[in-house]
Design a protein around this ligand. Sequence first.
Ligand SMILES: Nc1ncnc2c1ncn2[C@@H]1O[C@H](COP(=O)(O)OP(=O)(O)OP(=O)(O)O)[C@@H](O)[C@H]1O
Ligand SMILES: [Mg+2]
Length: 256
Amino acid sequence: MIEVKNLRKSFGEIEVLKGITTSFEKGKTSLVIGSSGAGKTVFFKCLLGIYEFTAGDIIYDGHKASNDTKESKKERRTNIGTVFQYSALFDFMTVEDNVKFPLDMFSNMSNSEKEDRAHEVLKRVNLEENSFKRLPSEISGGMKKRVAIARAIVNQPKYLFCDEPNSGLDPKTANIIDNLIQEITKEYDITTIVNSHDMNSVLEIGEKIVFLNKGLLAWEGTNQEILHTEQEDVKNFVYNSNLMKKVRQALIKEGK
Ligand SMILES: Nc1ncnc2c1ncn2[C@@H]1O[C@H](COP(=O)(O)OP(=O)(O)OP(=O)(O)O)[C@@H](O)[C@H]1O
Ligand SMILES: [Mg+2]
């Protein structure tokens, strides 16, 4: 579980995160949403430990980031899996070597153990064995996402951070990837946080949704609650597409 307490982050004079308090539970997929410039990426980078925050605290399963030593910070880093936007695989390494990479960095396993573990997670994300020795340029975008997820979980992380995990994918593949992230979160009891502005993802996997607006937490709730909120800024975000406007009309018509 990750608890965020009154988190603030400034760059010089400019305060980007203005005191965010929320929590993210184990075994659940939480979504951070909000308009461009709301502060989602900055928030993510604070959670990842890439940015030092200015005030407040982040508590990872009882461990306060503010009490971190160099060692504890490094140890936490090994407990975090990340799926970057556009997958960010190393294009000069095979699929299998991409997935083995975190084990090369952080584990004491033998080469054959690493290979077995890499194969195990690649199979878990339903990647076919004949792709294991291919280069990222030789597989599709959806397959690259699977590899990125496999790489993120190979080290059995406690926390999984996904930045726009389905950007650039067709809606059907995006849906499959969203569901895969949710399944893995439950199966391995991970605290998963997804940065997204895809309403399909919000409705499909948003067990908890945190809506940021201008550096503040403007709303939080579930994917059921977000459809019924009367809060203007959230409504403007949720019902900004024609499809979602139709969803709203249908809900009103059904009296929901
Ligand atoms: N390194 C930085 N130095 C100064 N200002 C920054 C820095 N990184 C982000 N900002 C500012 O913080 C604000 C929030 O940026 P952020 O990237 O978190 O937005 P976002 O919600 O992720 O937007 P998007 O949906 O477009 O990715 C922006 O006004 C941005 O200019
Ligand atoms: Mg961003």
